[in-house]
Design a binder for this molecule. Sequence first.
Ligand code: PRP
Ligand code: ZN
Ligand code: MG
Length: 224
Amino acid sequence: MSKQRLTIALQKSGRLSKESIKLLSACGVKFNMHEARLMVHSTSHPIDLLRVRDDDIPGLVMDGVVDLGLVGENVLEEECLERQMRQQANEYRSLRRLDFGHCRLSIALPTEQQFNSIEDLAGLKIATTYPRLLERYLQEQGVNAKSVMLTGSVEVAPRAGLADAVCDLVSTGATLEANGLREQQVIFRSQVQLIQRADELSAAKQQMMDTLLARIDGVQLAKE
Ligand code: PRP
Ligand code: ZN
Ligand code: MG
């Protein structure tokens, strides 16, 4: 990583990538984006973008590999819980909550299945990409269900016979509906956060950081 240039990790492709780039553009930071290029240098500011899987962003910030990250709180909280369990460093600075990437992590069951209360989940297998968040919720509720980790296509798990239910992100609800699932219980609400690594930045980076943050605040204000 550069000593002079601020490195920002953001989602390569997915729900958050367009809005993340849009925010930086609105701040006047210019790039020549190429789909295949994972490291992008700004042509207007000492800023580099590292385009990665969203799930990798909290770890990259916590390990000090990048200076900043734009990431959903769902992924951030899951990584914190995972690192706590492994007694690994999980420090970072939370700079701003941003007004995009709103979604919820919810438990959903096949539409035809009865659901009256959370106790109905007892003994079920629940497929999810967020096992720590799910397990924390089940423990809080005192429900004995089993989580099954799937890194993708969670919504097909019940029909494929891999699980009885899912715990996945819901934004519009279209994915659940298309897969014959009904949202029953929200367990976590999320939006995007701008996070910074825990240790001090160099003077040059801090200066760029202050400018960027002031512009982000301006953009957010203008949206209200
Ligand atoms: C989430 C989730 C669903 C989709 C739901 O995936 O896993 O696939 O969004 O959105 P909807 O309610 O609007 O249909 P995400 O885009 O976060 O990507 P990822 O699972 O690849 O990280
Ligand atoms: Zn992801
Ligand atoms: Mg998905």
